[in-house]
Write a protein that binds this ligand. Structure first.
Ligand SMILES: Cc1ncc(C[n+]2csc(CCOP(=O)(O)OP(=O)(O)O)c2C)c(N)n1
Ligand SMILES: [Mg+2]
Length: 325
């Protein structure tokens, strides 16, 4: 792949992060129909390797800016799970005090600077944070996750131009899942390789298989060293696919914008299954360990849902606090 030998414990961590993300989202899915979470949800099933491979290369002090499909980024960067689930249930104990819901996840203690419902909205924010970092010389790296739809926003081009000009320590991570809501990439953009367009802005860029966790980890491991050293920004396009509809818990096939065959093809390339098979083959993972990891994750999730459901809602008189009126 690239010559980097990844220690077994890192490979296991990669696997655990992805399993956590998937398990949390499956639990959200199973609860969502009860209509107790008053928030739209955008699941990242199928895209977990990008968040995991990226964030496992980051330190707590590094910044992550996320988007509407942000559960995976938050979990991979070690955001507090209780506070995330409480946010989905609109509780005062939630990470945005229950006012934001699924698209407003934040945990600044571990460098999660927030997610935005505005497509492309995190890109200039992350660029600004990278500028601050450069001025302060604190060697932090900013990372911003966004979709293929976000590169159609002007803020994307303005931000990258600025980051290149100022040699900012930032990695732009485009999760190209081929769709923006129901709209196919090929009906929206003239070239299928987004990274080539980024190259035109003068930023070093590359496209990788975003469903291959080891490939993501390895690529980022190389890139981040250069970015931290002050050699300027990087653009990484990760090809992937979401297993669920744009939002909600259906598949999207029922809406007719994509086919069951296409979905099945991508499910075969499930990033978690892929890494699991590799780890089992290498003897790094075995069935007993797999089972005990799943147990631990399930307990943690059970506790987070219990915490959320038993937490208080914001008081009626406080409901407009912390929001713009
Ligand atoms: C500025 C802006 N325009 C439109 C929308 C409506 N919208 C929400 S998500 C989305 C699609 C985003 O697609 P992409 O960036 O590829 O991310 P994905 O959902 O595929 O992860 C759109 C158009 C919005 N929230 N903000
Ligand atoms: Mg997309």
């Amino acid at each position: 792949m690239s010559g980097l030998i990844i220690p077994s414990e890192i490979l296991l961590k990669l696997y655990i992060i992805m399993k956590r993300i998937r398990a949390v989202e499956l639990r959200i899915e199973s609860e969502y129909h009860k209509d107790e979470m008053k928030t739209p949800i955008h699941l990242c099933n199928g895209q977990e390797a990008i968040a995991a491979g990226m964030c496992l290369n980051l330190e707590d002090r590094d910044y992550v800016f996320s988007n509407h499909r942000g559960h995976g980024h938050y979990i991979a960067k070690n955001g507090n799970l209780n506070k995330m689930v409480a946010e989905l249930y609109n509780r005062e104990a939630g990470c945005s005090r229950g006012r934001g819901g699924s698209m407003h996840l934040i945990d600044t203690k571990v460098g999660i600077m927030g997610s935005s419902a505005i497509v492309g909205g995190g890109i200039p924010l992350a660029t600004g944070a990278a500028l601050a970092t450069k001025i302060k010389r604190d060697k932090k790296v900013s990372v911003v996750f966004f979709g293929d739809g976000a590169v159609e926003e002007g803020a994307f081009y303005e931000s990258i131009n600025f980051a290149v000009l100022k040699k900012l320590p930032i990695i732009y991570v485009c999760e190209n899942n081929l769709y923006a809501v129901c709209s196919k990439l090929k009906n929206r953009q003239v070239t299928k390789d987004i990274y080539k367009r980024a190259q035109g802005l003068g930023i070093p860029s590359k496209k990788i298989d975003g469903n291959d966790a080891i490939m993501v980890y390895t690529a980022v491991n190389k890139i981040i060293k250069k970015v931290r050293e002050g050699r300027g920004p990087y653009f990484l396009e990760c090809s992937t696919y979401r297993f669920k509809d744009h939002h909600d818990i259906k598949t999207g096939v029922e809406l007719g914008y994509r086919t069951q065959e296409e979905l099945d093809e991508w499910v075969k390339r499930c990033p978690i299954k892929r890494l699991e098979e590799y780890l089992l083959y290498q003897g790094i993972l075995h069935m007993d360990l797999m089972y005990s990891l799943e147990q631990q994750i399930n307990i943690e999730i059970e506790n987070a849902f219990e915490y959320a459901k038993t937490s208080a809602l914001p008081k009626k008189e406080d409901v407009y606090m912390y929001v713009y009126k």
